[in-house]
Design a protein around this ligand. Structure first.
Ligand code: SAH
Ligand code: F3S
Length: 482
């Protein structure tokens, strides 16, 4: 018996496929990046085969799993608070409940978690989910269990994820795991291990399966998708040691994109995240070539100052970044571009900060994700540099960056007024049950009156109004793609 599906929200428990005969109840929630939400679908699939169906009710859960994020200190504090909440529920009403921590915090803190948080029975790192059945057997016998071994091979390519939080229209498909870039501020290479790519064949199979189930859009996920490289398995950094045939038949990201676009010509494809140093002209040209690859690139830059980019170990300069932006704009004139920025990296001066603002003025991003620098234990920046920018200064610079971004976002959405855009309907608008919400190719949310349309339809919408983040309009008919 199949059951339903809810909208994804940070930290909210997810509803999943309910398997008849399963007696135990799993409460699973996720924090952090899209990869974590995607990983929770893999975990749910594994546990579905171990006698667990999900519940949204903590009080009745036999097992609580929280998929965690370490990227900034605040993300970790949020998880600590959730553990307090689980503890309270356990004490008050559910004494037999077991609690497991998954994801990046599990990997970072390892057995320290079991010492620091008495409520935790189980600690599992991002590459060890296939070991969950064994680990749970140990927990059942009353022992704490832990596996935080990072893998050179694991991509979960052979597991068919349970679509936990699906709107039935859009889905994520993981294509690489880990990251080799070693940005000095970033904890990801330590928590998710070295970079490896997934077999393109298993990616295409998952895409085809999603299409057959009625999905219309797939986002290919990785920390650094442009450096995707399949040569028969193994770490990206070992590619040089591969044999001649493996090298000759290797598949890169541009080729993977073409394979996806051609396998399902009516499906829309997106990808995230691109690292500027790894994005090739081939990828941009492939995007231009296929109508079903969305015209949107998330292209984090972190800072506009060459000195800070170097301190961050980002492998490009401001000038090279501009060259990339110019290439994107000339090959795909209507491409939307978004950023990630960090304000107040160690040693950042007012002049460096002004460089960030002037870089933004050049690009005029469509939107962005902006953060105050948060020192992460074990990273190169933590070991080599003093976290010397006072919090008030970080916050003030961050606010200036956010204000400028809002101005640019508004310019971008206002430029769409009066135009007709193609929208894939995803779900009901959060603000009104008489309106649909979807996105255009550029990843901007578009809201319009429902009329006779339904979720999963491709509709042409005439834009009549906007905010800095949303286009508002009226449907003028189905698009050709429908
Ligand atoms: N490649 C990844 C980036 C992961 S981290 C991806 O797929 O998104 C996401 C963003 O968090 C980074 O681009 C960076 O802007 C921010 N970030 C990472 N570490 C940080 C830190 N220590 N302090 C503040 N922001 C950080
Ligand atoms: Fe982190 Fe840099 Fe990789 S931000 S995820 S180390 S590209």
């Amino acid at each position: 018996m199949e059951k339903i599906i809810d909208e994804k929200k940070q930290g909210e428990s997810l509803v999943l496929e309910q398997k008849e005969g399963n007696k135990r109840k799993l409460f699973i929630e996720s924090y952090g990046c899209q990869m974590n939400f995607s990983d929770s679908e893999i975990v749910a699939s594994i546990l579905n085969g171990q006698g667990y169906n999900t519940t949204q009710n903590l009080e009745e859960a036999d097992l609580v799993l929280v998929n965690t994020c370490s990227i900034r200190d605040k993300a970790e504090q949020t998880v600590r608070k959730r553990l307090e909440k689980y503890n309270a529920v356990k004490q008050e009403s559910n004494p037999n409940m077991k609690v497991g921590v998954l994801g990046c915090m599990a990997e970072r803190l390892k057995s320290k978690f079991l010492e620091e948080e008495k409520i935790v029975d189980l600690v599992v790192g991002p590459d060890a989910y296939k070991d969950l059945p064994n680990l749970l057997a140990e927990v059942d016998e009353g022992r704490d269990a832990i596996n935080v071994i990072l893998s050179k091979e694991e991509t979960y390519g052979d597991i068919s994820p349970v679509r936990l939080d699906s709107n039935g229209v859009t889905a994520f498909v993981s294509i690489t795991r880990g990251c080799d870039n070693m940005c000095t501020f970033c904890v990801v290479p330590f928590t998710r291990g070295r970079e490896r790519s997934r077999d393109p064949q298993s990616i295409i199979e998952e895409v085809n399966d999603l299409w057959n189930k009625g999905y219309k859009e797939v986002t290919l996920l990785g920390q650094n998708v442009d450096s995707f490289l399949w040569y028969g398995g193994g770490l990206k950094k070992d590619f040089d040691k591969a044999g001649d045939i493996q090298k000759a038949t290797a598949v890169n990201f541009a080729q993977l994109l073409s394979m996806c676009a051609e396998a399902q010509p009516k499906m829309r494809f997106r990808f995230s995240t691109s690292n500027p140093q790894d994005m090739t002209l081939d990828v941009i040209e492939t995007m231009a070539k296929y109508d079903n690859i969305c015209k949107y690139i998330h292209l984090p830059v972190q800072s506009g100052s060459n000195r800070i980019l170097k301190e961050m170990n980002r492998q490009h300069t401001r000038e090279e970044y501009f060259e990339l932006i110019d290439n994107i704009r000339s090959i795909i004139p209507d491409c939307a571009i978004s950023q990630d920025m960090i304000a107040g990296f160690p040693t950042e001066t007012e002049a460096d900060h002004q460089d960030t603002l002037s870089l933004m003025a050049y690009v005029k991003y469509d939107f962005g994700f902006m953060f105050a620098y948060s020192e992460r234990p074990g990273t190169l920046a933590e070991r080599k540099l003093e976290d010397d920018i006072p919090l008030e200064v970080k916050k003030r610079r961050l606010n200036e960056i956010i204000a400028l971004q809002q101005k640019h976002s508004k310019l971008r959405t206002e430029a769409q007024l009066g135009k007709t855009v193609e929208v894939l309907i995803e779900k009901e608008s959060k603000k009104s049950n008489e309106h649909w919400a979807g996105r255009n190719s550029q990843n901007t949310v578009v809201v319009f009156s429902k009329e006779h349309y339904k979720a999963g339809d491709f509709v042409n919408v005439k834009v009549t109004d906007c905010t800095s983040a949303t286009l508002i309009g009226e449907a003028v008919g189905y698009s050709e793609n429908n």
